[in-house]
Design a protein around this ligand. Structure first.
Ligand code: SAH
Length: 376
């Protein structure tokens, strides 16, 4: 790994400080920042308004390094999925994360990862099966947007701004990688950076309350909550972090965020539809009661199967019935269309190759051995 400073790691303020440290004029920082994020430059030589001596200095001590592409797949529907290589500096090995671009008319949504793997162990998510390795750096998070913009020619300056939205719905739990995620959001929102509107950058969380409680001070962005169940008993099983931050603690924290935020006046409630698990009319009514005081829109996500998940997708009939109960109660409900089917780019199907550093494999192995002992 290089010991040069990767400039994709810096917010504009941090870049100003850095330029002061290297005895350069602070106004040079926004100029370089623009080259990086508006023109998605990968080479100091391109920076035509920067003096030769400054370029030479920067080349010596800095670099512009996005993640390396392992594969790039394009779906029939225009969805693009990248597997990106993420270095592990300690072992010198590399692992994969995924980034997905979903075009939809004028809109282009980029779904990005915040961690290599995830610690949360949600029972229906394929990332959970892979365990957790490490947090991504700001450069690795912003690098996904930088790289996608370069690949699809989404240059703001050419008027082809095809990345209109960024959602943290790839691998990982963004609120468990707080500072890098917040810095990345601020680079995405910065007018000298990607200049995205704050309503078009969405943090999706499974409900990490301490992170949520301090988010508004650091970044004002749209919010999505992976709820998936209308009560603690079921949510404890599907989203185990619920045992730590149960629904009666989580929803007030979401409400407070919405009150303080100007980006997110409504939270998007994500609800994965699992056949026979959380998709009955009774559960729809219970969900309506739980969400009664939360300004929200509800996104029903047909479960995307993966090997050994143990779950099935709800039938279309059950999804429709569930949705119409909520609509009758006055909720806005959208059923998410599955995109990028042919390239396994759907939610919860992002499969990296994570070298798990938690002890979950050993735990699972131990449990299986105990279970088979119990049953014998
Ligand atoms: N950790 C964050 C962000 C990553 S998951 C969070 O939990 O919100 C992004 C969304 O995809 C979440 O709503 C998640 O619950 C959903 N998801 C995960 N696995 C899925 C699957 N197999 N099918 C459908 N949606 C899934």
């Amino acid at each position: 790994m290089s010991d040069k400073l990767n400039l994709l790691d810096l917010t504009r303020d941090e870049m100003v400080d850095f330029f002061k440290e290297i005895d350069e004029k602070p106004f040079r920082a926004p100029q370089v920042f623009k080259w990086l994020h508006q023109f998605v430059a990968d080479d100091f030589e391109q920076m035509s308004n920067i003096s030769k001596s400054l370029k030479e200095k920067l080349i010596k001590i800095c670099e512009i390094k996005g993640p390396d592409i392992i594969t790039e797949q394009m779906s029939k529907d225009g969805t693009i999925k990248w597997a990106l290589s993420i270095e592990n500096s300690k072992t010198g090995t590399s692992q994969a994360i995924e980034t997905v671009f979903i075009p939809d008319g004028e809109r282009g949504t980029l779904c990005i990862s915040s961690q290599v793997g995830c610690v949360l162990d949600c029972s229906f998510c394929s990332t959970a099966q892979q365990g957790f390795n490490r947090n991504l750096t700001t450069a690795e998070i912003v690098g996904q947007v930088w790289l996608a913009a370069r690949r699809i020619g989404a240059l703001r300056t050419t008027g082809k701004r095809r990345i209109s939205n960024v959602v943290f719905m790839g691998m990982g739990e963004p609120l468990l990688n707080f500072d890098p995620v917040v810095n990345a959001c601020n680079i995405l929102l910065d007018d000298f950076g990607y200049g995205l509107s704050k309503r078009r950058v969405t943090i999706s969380t499974s409900g990490v309350v301490p992170g949520l409680d301090k988010l508004i001070e650091k970044a004002d962005v749209a919010l999505a909550l992976s709820l998936h169940a209308p009560n603690n008993e079921l949510r404890n099983q599907l989203v185990p972090v619920n045992r730590k931050y149960p629904i009666e603690v989580l929803l007030p924290s979401v409400k407070k965020y919405l009150d303080d935020s100007s980006a997110s006046k409504k939270v998007t409630i994500e609800y994965v539809m699992l056949k026979g698990v959380n998709d009955t009319p009774r559960q729809a009514n219970e969900l309506a009661r739980v969400l009664a005081n939360i300004p929200c829109k509800i996104n029903l996500i047909p479960f995307n199967p993966f090997p050994k998940s143990g779950y099935e997708t709800s039938t279309q009939k059950d999804i429709d019935a569930f949705g119409s109960i909520l609509i009758k109660k006055g909720f806005v409900v959208v059923t998410r269309r599955t995109r990028g089917d042919d390239i396994d780019a759907a939610c919860g199907q992002l499969v990296g190759n994570v070298a798990d550093r938690t002890r979950r494999e050993q735990r699972k192995l131990k449990k299986t051995t105990e279970d088979s002992r119990d049953s014998s």
